[in-house]
Design a protein around this ligand. Structure first.
Ligand code: FEO
Length: 398
């Protein structure tokens, strides 16, 4: 396990005491982490009491306690605030409660149920808060914001009134370990790129609850947004503006083509469509699914209105790699509005039927399908050209 860095103060008596997990390469058994991640926990030392906001992933308990000990006696912690019950933030809560015998776990009503179920924390150790609750630490006052389904049902945000710091746990997060702490230390471009990747995989399916939360955050007007993964935003407008765009489905005028080809027939149609779209001045991102990480596809889905799936029939169904990409569109509840299918087969079809079945229940409108037996000929290329015009029309209407 990589050794983490020291602590930093993000405001007077407000300390980052999290850990940086440089070596982690996968989250949820699905999400690639090219730059590792961090589990950000924050210690707030008031004149009278102290609170720890969120904890860390299993395996880093000692790291967390050592960091807290740089600022205070960890046995004297009064509150462990659990914004979210997922183990990467909440698993070490029980460890801290075992050390700090008088500490209370503070969370919402659903969080209480989750803490008892997942971590076997006794009800007597849990204080339930809601949006009317305040915890006065002595010159540091905490209030709480209901933020259900961001991205679990129990999620809340914590707000430190005096310093105007929002602690939204996963919301506004990014999987980025790195040596720095603040978004501006990495530059907006890199920080936002990682935030978009994170949003795609974690928050994109929850755009409506996201909109509600953003309105609440706007009213608070925080000076700092300190999530529990990745960079801290000390210019909150930077991340709030893009979150507003992503949650309200503001699309870019562009097309994503995600394809796999076995003997080049599907690929010929992909290339023809790409060329036709580019000739029309349309921005196209083409991904060969055999060497594309799932994160790149997810990130494009955030603001791409047209997705083209290319994949041949294999043994009576769609190529499994193309099936995976198709399922991703549906699973992540992408805001994609239009779909196109390009497919080929040798002796019997089946890909189209299976793609349709995979997309059942999604809101995606299929603009067209080009299916060919063997290599594509002029008739198929003409259909591809027609599809390019249809796509252009739809993009113009956005
Ligand atoms: Fe970072 Fe939903 O846990």
């Amino acid at each position: 396990m990589a050794k983490s860095m020291g602590t930093i103060a993000i405001a007077p008596n407000v300390f980052w005491v999290g850990v940086k997990d440089y070596n982690r390469r996968l989250f949820d058994g699905l999400i690639p982490l090219p730059h590792g991640t961090s589990y950000n926990a924050y210690l707030i030392v008031g004149k009278d009491k102290t609170a720890l906001i969120d904890t860390v992933n299993p395996g880093f308990e000692k790291d967390l306690v050592d960091k807290i000990a740089q600022h205070m006696d960890p046995t004297k912690i009064d509150y462990v605030i659990m914004n979210h019950a997922e183990p990467d933030h909440a698993n070490a809560a029980k460890h801290v409660l075992n050390i700090a015998k008088n500490a209370k776990l503070v969370t919402g009503a659903k969080g209480k149920e989750a803490a008892m179920m997942y971590f076997d924390i006794d009800a007597s150790r849990i204080d339930v808060v809601d949006e009317n609750s305040r915890i006065d630490l002595g010159g540091k006052t905490l209030k709480f914001i209901d933020a259900p389904w961001l991205h679990w049902p129990e999620t809340i945000f914590t707000y430190l009134e005096e310093d105007k710091i929002l602690f939204p746990c996963d919301f506004f997060g990014s999987h980025l370990a790195g040596g720095a702490f603040y978004s501006d230390e990495y530059g907006d471009e890199k920080a936002l790129d990682m935030a978009k990747l994170y949003f795609a995989e974690i928050m994109m399916p929850f755009r409506k609850p996201g909109q509600t939360a953003i309105e609440k955050v706007k009213k608070l007007a925080p000076k700092i947004i300190a999530p529990s993964h990745g960079v801290i935003w000390r210019e909150p407008k930077v991340i709030m503006d893009v979150y507003e765009k992503w949650t309200t489905e503001k699309m870019e005028k562009k097309v994503m083509i995600a394809y796999v080809s076995m003997w080049g027939s599907t690929e010929k149609m992909v290339k023809a469509l790409n060329e036709a779209l580019v000739k029309k001045g349309i921005s196209v991102n083409v991904f060969d699914l055999t060497n594309t990480e799932v994160g790149h596809i997810a990130k494009e889905l955030v603001d791409t209105p047209v997705v083209v799936i290319g994949g041949p029939t294999v043994l009576g169904g769609v190529h499994p790699v193309a099936a995976y990409a198709t399922l991703l569109v549906k699973t992540l509840r992408a805001p994609t509005k239009y779909g196109v299918v390009l497919t080929s087969y040798g002796w019997s079809g089946g890909a189209v039927k299976q793609i349709q079945a995979l997309l059942e229940g999604s809101k995606l409108e299929v603009l067209g399908v080009v299916e060919v037996k063997g290599p594509p000929k002029q008739a198929e290329f003409d259909k591809v050209a027609d599809l390019a015009s249809k796509i252009e029309e739809k993009l113009d209407q956005l």
